[in-house]
Design a protein around this ligand. Sequence first.
Ligand SMILES: [Zn+2]
Length: 133
Amino acid sequence: MKGCKFCEDDIRKKGVVYEDKLCYVVPSGYPRAFGHLLVISKKHFSDMASMDKKTLLGCFYVAHRLLPKMKKALKARGIYVIVDSEGAEEIYHFHIHLIPNYKEVHRKRFAYLSYKKISDADRSSVIKLLKMN
Ligand SMILES: [Zn+2]
């Protein structure tokens, strides 16, 4: 899709946590917390409502598989699973945010944390910690 960052830039070049026929998982470029992942559909869907069932279920199944792994590897209290609806996102291409909830983040509420571009070292650590087959 023209003008779509996920379609036009192959953000998989910097490494993936997981990839299959329907979706791929990468560390967020602007993490709200260490370990913040994005599950992104390979096909362009501007929102969840427009998705086909197979892709929708495939993306959520991958998220479901990652949750226990993230919790354990990142020593998180839990994981926020967030799908922003139209108006709340900057990129209108379906993706699921998986954001670790650490103790200090929980108290502050992650929405108030500042966005900072991910470092190459953090990206590599996240991929190494959460890599899944
Ligand atoms: Zn797209």
